[in-house]
Design a protein around this ligand. Structure first.
Ligand code: GLA
Ligand code: ZN
Length: 683
């Protein structure tokens, strides 16, 4: 049974961000000015305490919380609520001095020195105990504070630790997983290859950079373990907070598609999903639309972890960050577009890193609402203020949600397995990009898609797209078969079902685990193409499409052939197939090659039609989403292009102008439109 999530008590969109008053305690004028400017910018929530440990506990056991209470009080008196972080993202010097085991060990086996942040061992009992002591005191002191809105666990949990304590825990984890049977592990990991058989669990080392990196099963299990151990660490923080403040929800800020941890596992322990978004806006290698649609994909990954409720945009920058290769300012208007995009994708907040720039140290040149200049009439401040006003107007839409009719399987284990597999073309595998391409093509057709794991329930979706599901275990295969038998449309591609959960290849043809029968095909070979290689797939309607990167040679058992290769030794062979299943109308579609957009679009159209999902083509360089609640649908359009576009067949109230929309609306370049449609009236 899944744990009941605690609801965030927000009646409005949260606007604000990370605030570090501890850096300015000796300048009360600045702190006063902050409150005045926050009110002007319509800030209603800030995140406090993220890196405050050395101020909260300057020496071991000496807790100093009065400053924090004063600030929380003052913020609350001014209508600003607090997201309170636990300070475990960075350690004070006395900690590393006294408990060196709390320092992380890297993949070369080197123990880190004191400094920077995110460098703690997740296993160390000494560290966990110090963190729990801090957390329990914070919860006791501030748990009943009327301004406390949400707990923010640590900061951007990430990385891995290779210390002796973590190694031992890994061995215990494996021993439990394989029920003490080392032979079962040897088999699952195929360790006879290169003579890597283990005799005992305590011989197993993590995949050190200068150690064992050639056992795919070990590499994958280490990633799973790191997720498990990080989650276990996170839970040790959550448990203590929940025991004292069961009414306060808990979040941890995620980082985009961070590859090191399976966020879906961590998400199960959180009440609120939140993440930090820093796209490279206005770069010189893609259109602004492409940058933004990738960000929409990331938003949607977060949204899909908490489908029944909104997520939070925990961090974003109002101007420029300091860690991209080129730290370009958001152009005028971009801030509004990005803020509305977050809301459109299902966020109930627009929060920033950071409120005020620090004077010194690592992030002194990182963008903020308040610059070193200290003024409230800057371009950036005004854009933030405008965003605050806009979020106030949008207030009725708070807590509405995005509902998707389609899903794309985007699975972390599969990501890791593909990344680590040796074969194909290393640089062209591009699993994430392939999933994003599906998302983008669906978005162009006005179809919202969730991004789900192979363990998620698929029954609410009418179509499921499963690109490159290289790793599929029997249980998933069974659920996919059921999905199609019950009438679902499932589309899979090249590289489906090659390996099981331990990365052992299936014997007897890919896709394995009973999926050959589902699709009515099997792949005899897979070819990798150089960029200069040319091949095409020809379809029954006479159209044809270019093949890029990968092509599988399909042996057809009992599927309909939709497209065949035109070149090379596999010319005339099947490339795209469909197998229809029974009376419920389900179909299993298989696309054996990476195809150019035009062909994928027409295939998606066929799948969507079979699924009965309505489509509505969205103009070039425009993004569309819809949030809904029992009464209204909120339609959002963001135009990232250079031309004004017309959206037709729209009815409702334009929320930003208050006008009544009868038929069509126009969206100016770099602008947004938001229309509220009553659910009683038909669009
Ligand atoms: C991350 C961190 C913040 C800050 C920003 C800078 O999101 O959580 O503390 O370092 O990056 O972009
Ligand atoms: Zn460790």
């Amino acid at each position: 049974m899944e744990r009941q999530r605690i609801t965030l008590a927000n009646q409005e969109f949260l606007h604000g961000g990370d605030y570090n008053p501890e850096q300015w305690l000796d300048q009360p004028d600045i702190l006063r000015e902050d409150i005045r400017m926050m009110k002007k910018a319509k800030v209603n929530a800030v995140t406090l305490g993220v890196f405050s440990w050395s101020v909260l506990e300057p020496s071991e056991g000496e807790y100093q919380f009065d400053w924090l209470e004063r600030i929380m009080d003052r913020l609350y008196e001014n209508g600003i609520r607090t997201i309170l972080a636990t300070p475990s993202g960075a350690k004070p010097v006395w900690m590393d001095e006294k408990y060196p085991e709390a320092l992380r060990v890297d993949e070369w086996g080197r123990r880190r020195h004191h400094g920077v942040r995110h460098n703690h061992c997740m296993t160390s009992n000494a560290y966990r105990r110090k963190v729990r002591e801090m957390d329990s005191r914070l919860a006791e002191r501030f748990g009943k504070h009327p301004g406390l809105l949400l707990w923010h666990i640590s900061n951007e949990l990430g990385g891995a630790c290779y210390c002796p304590l973590c190694q031992k825990k890994f061995q215990e984890y494996l021993e439990e997983k394989f029920q003490g049977d080392i032979e079962a592990l040897n088999k699952a990991w195929w360790t006879t290859f290169w003579s890597h058989r283990y005799q005992r669990f305590d011989q197993i080392e993590p995949p050190f950079a200068n150690g064992e990196g050639s056992i795919m099963g070990l590499n994958l299990e280490w990633k799973r373990f790191t997720t498990w151990n990080m989650t276990d660490y996170m839970k040790s923080e959550i448990e203590i907070l929940r025991s004292i403040t069961p009414q306060i929800p808990v979040t941890a800020n995620f980082m985009k598609l961070y590859p090191g941890l399976d966020y879906r596992v961590m998400a199960k322990e959180l009440d609120v999903i939140s993440w930090d978004s820093y796209p490279r806006y206005h770069n010189d290698y893609e259109r602004l639309y492409d940058t933004c649609i990738e960000n929409a994909f990331d938003h949607s990954v977060m949204r899909s972890m908490c489908k029944e409720r909104p997520f939070l945009l925990m961090e974003s920058v109002p101007g420029a960050v300091n860690w991209h290769e080129f730290n370009k300012q958001k152009r005028p208007g971009m801030h509004k577009l990005a803020a509305v995009q977050a809301v459109a994708c299902g966020s109930d907040s627009v929060l920033y890193f950071q409120w005020r720039k620090s004077r010194g140290s690592f992030e002194q040149h990182h963008g903020a609402v308040v610059d070193h200049l200290g003024k409230d009439d800057t371009r950036i401040f005004k854009e933030v203020q405008e965003t605050g006003k806009l979020l106030e107007i949008l207030k009725p839409a708070v807590k509405s949600i995005v509902k998707a009719k389609a899903a794309i399987l985007f699975d972390w284990d599969n990501r890791w397995a593909i990344e680590d597999m040796k074969g194909l073309s290393q640089q062209k595998k591009q699993y994430e990009k392939t999933c994003m391409d599906f998302y983008r093509l669906l978005a162009r057709l006005g179809v919202e898609a969730d991004l789900v794991s192979r363990e998620d329930d698929l029954s609410s979706y009418r179509a499921v797209f499963a690109p490159m599901m290289y790793m599929i275990e029997k249980e998933t295969a069974k659920r996919l078969r059921q999905y199609v038998c019950r009438g679902g449309q499932l589309l899979a591609t090249y590289l489906t079902g090659y390996v099981d959960q331990d990365t052992l290849c299936y014997l007897g043809g890919f896709p394995g685990a009973g999926l050959k029968e589902l699709f009515g095909i099997y792949a005899e070979e897979i070819d990798s193409l150089y960029p200069s290689d040319k091949n095409r797939v020809k379809f029954a309607d006479g159209s044809s499409a270019e093949v890029r990167d990968f092509a599988e040679m399909l042996r057809v058992q009992d599927a309909q052939i939709l497209g065949t290769y035109t070149e090379d030794y596999y010319a005339g062979g099947a490339a795209v197939t469909r197998k229809s299943w029974g009376e419920n109308g389900g179909s299993a579609w298989y696309v054996g090659a990476r195809l150019e957009d035009s062909a994928m679009k027409s295939l998606l159209l066929q799948v969507l039609e079979a699924a009965g999902i309505p489509i509505c083509e969205i103009p070039e360089e425009v993004e569309y989403h819809c949030r809904e609640n029992g009464k209204y649908r909120y339609h959002f359009w963001m135009n990232y292009g250079k031309d004004k576009v017309t959206i037709s067949e729209v009815k409702g109230e334009d929320l930003l102008t208050g006008e009544c929309v009868q038929k069509e609306i126009f969206v100016d370049p770099m602008d947004v439109r938001i229309v509220r449609e009553s659910r009683e009236q038909k669009m």
